[in-house]
Design a protein around this ligand. Sequence first.
Ligand code: ATP
Ligand code: MG
Ligand code: FE
Length: 348
Amino acid sequence: PLVLGIETSCDETGVGIVRGRTLLADAVASSVEEHARFGGVVPEVASRAHLEAMVPTIQRACDTAGVALTDVDAIAVTHGPGLAGALLVGVASAKALALSLDKPIYGVNHLAAHVAVDQLEHGPLPEPCLALLVSGGHSSLLRVTDITGDDGGVDPMGATIDDAAGEAFDKVARLLGLPFPGGPHIDRAAREGDQVAIDFPRGLTGRRDLERHRFDFSFSGLKTAVARWVEARERSGEPVPVADVAASFQEAVCDVLVRKALDAASSEGIEDLMIGGGVAANSRLRALAEERAGRLGIRVRVPRPGLCTDNGAMVAALGATMVERGRRPSPLDLPADSSLPVTEVLAG
Ligand code: ATP
Ligand code: MG
Ligand code: FE
């Protein structure tokens, strides 16, 4: 099926077009520069930017794909989770398209789409698989038996109990005077640094924590540890070794993410690890996962970095899977749901 997907959950206006698992277009307009000076995404600014970018971005996707809107078989849209006002722009646009083209609409879960997108690059999703979802707002381990969510197909095994991994990257970057969003800047700075220079804490990996939180994450203690370390340096009048701090912090995050993801996969007898979400673009996370999984006979799949951060192609990919598996489309009055749980993959 030819599916057009719309993504507006945060600050990226994404419109993707796929034919089955073939990516035809992935147009993204980001308002990130408008937010940078505030050090975080400003919801009202994001909503307005989506409004302005929507029609040109749809146009651009159609041009790139060489298709007319009337060729499209179905419209998919992120209906949650995310910023309420931002989501509304995407949902309203998708409804207008579906209604005027007389095509079905699929309201899908942004988080499941972060996992489903890998099909565009590496073929059908292995099911069951263990998904490590790491993004700006979420860090979870999911047991995926059916990415469309049917019959508990997306089953959370654990999640962060405080900050998300991406949030930790962004906060530590700010501390180091790096621009927002900080993830890519930490990644770059870390390449010049020594990852064993500073021994930062690995959250929820102690023996007692593992009893209750074996598959959960915690990054706020790490963030505080970095802040204290940097403050102590500044007080002593010595320069802060940004590259070493970045590399050591990044190592602490990636070590825990990979360790717990592989533990979860092994404990379930699952041989495929999928990594998705913005933080999956991190070069150290990708390398470490590859390295350690190989030893356990676990295969790792991570989409290329451009498909890890928010985009419309991921929504189109999940929409196409819904169509292929005969899932019933969503009602035309489907709501935007800012706190949609990851288990609810398709709006019913
Ligand atoms: P969610 O998907 O939870 O709703 P989001 O959509 O806002 O959150 P994504 O676009 O999926 O988030 O991911 C953005 C996050 O990914 C940011 O926190 C950003 O710093 C982080 N990120 C992007 N690239 C990298 C990288 N190379 N290394 C580490 N983090 C990165
Ligand atoms: Mg973004
Ligand atoms: Fe996202």
